[in-house]
Write a protein that binds this ligand. Structure first.
Ligand code: MRU
Length: 332
């Protein structure tokens, strides 16, 4: 991804491994501060995934793979490392997919395997971009939720990949960026990525999506954290609301995700575990408490959208219908 800082423009990934140490953009600090953190142990990697230094389903998949490489380098117990890593965030399927893949290949050089895994994700995202760009016409106005860009996927993105390709092909596109309370991944991260790429956009409050969906949005594209065999899928809290609004307003609703997000062991959305995070994320904006002392909050991090709301899944294999999912979902 292109990153513009005071020191110039560079093209980097959201995480990578260098001389035995994992390097990652600290996503908690963006857009105000651009900082690369170093991760040296499985414990540090588990913390970086839990506290959302690294976030987004395919990125935490790569983080899991690199966590296993860190354990392998130190000749630590790989099964123990896998348990520590997988329990950090329960909803994203890519995490257990990548960690199990590394366990299966434990006789190989896991640093090389983790690097290859990250490269594969980036290539899949590029293909998602090419396949999804066909849906975008010149002048399209697209709504997206959360951040499913390069930060969330090592590079390029899932939901943002078709938008990047359409923009690079010279199409005029405009993106409505849901701010995505409570962690503000849209306002902080998606807007930052679009700005870096010079893609026209505006941040809207989550509550404004219906207003714009009525007559200004041509297409919705979101990412996914886990896709069940029947096509129900989990994504950032608020996605379900957007899907219902899209159907009501005859706006096509697409989910962009690699096949590694398809979960062959989950039949329907009912089987998807939804992560609950700290109520402070809702009671406060940043470090400032906005709710009265004494009030409590509920904070489900994801919701499940039923397959019937999905126009299509944009994958590296093409655009699939919910009915096609079961034949593509496979274990590592
Ligand atoms: O809690 P997060 O920020 O990790 O949630 C991320 C999302 O919900 C993304 O939309 C999803 O992981 C798809 S990322 C390509």
């Amino acid at each position: 991804m292109l990153v513009r800082t005071a020191k110039g423009t560079k093209d980097i990934r959201s995480l990578w491994m260098e001389k035995g140490v994992v390097k990652a953009i600290d996503q908690r600090l963006l857009p105000n501060q651009f900082k690369i953190v170093s991760i040296r142990t499985v414990k540090e990697m588990a913390d970086a995934i839990s506290d959302m230094t690294i976030r987004g389903a395919p990125s935490i998949g790569a983080a899991g793979a690199y966590g296993m490489a860190l354990a392998w380098q130190r000749k630590q117990d790989l099964t123990k490392a896998s348990v520590t890593l997988v329990k950090t965030r329960p909803t994203a399927h890519d995490l257990s997919y990548a960690v199990n893949l590394m366990l299966e290949r434990c006789d190989e050089d896991l640093v090389r395997e983790a690097d290859a895994y990250a490269d594969r994700i980036v290539n899949m995202c590029k293909r998602i971009g090419e396949n999804g760009a066909k849906l975008i016409k010149n002048g399209s106005r697209i709504l997206t939720h959360c951040n499913a860009g390069a930060l969330a996927t090592v590079d390029f993105g899932t939901a943002l990949a078709p938008i990047r390709v359409a923009h690079r092909d010279g199409k005029d596109v405009f993106v409505y960026v849901d701010e995505t309370r409570p962690r503000l991944q849209g306002a902080k991260l998606t807007a930052w990525e679009l700005l870096n790429e010079g893609i026209d956009h505006a941040i809207i409050s989550d509550n404004a999506a219906g207003h714009y969906m009525k007559d200004s949005v041509d297409l919705v594209i979101v990412g996914a954290d886990r896709i069940a065999k029947n096509g129900d899928f989990a994504n950032k809290i608020g996605t379900y609301t957007k899907a219902v609004l899209a159907k009501e307003n005859w706006v096509p609703f697409y989910v962009a995700a690699p096949i590694s997000t398809f979960d062959p062991s989950t039949g329907t959305g009912k089987g998807i575990v939804i992560e609950e995070r700290s109520e402070d994320e809702v009671l406060c904006v940043g470090d400032f408490r906005v709710a009265p002392k004494g009030s409590r909050a509920l904070n489900p991090c994801f919701d499940v959208t039923p397959a019937k709301y999905v126009t299509g899944f944009v994958t590296e294999k093409g655009i699939l219908k919910p009915n096609d999912i079961s034949s593509f979902a496979k274990s590592p």
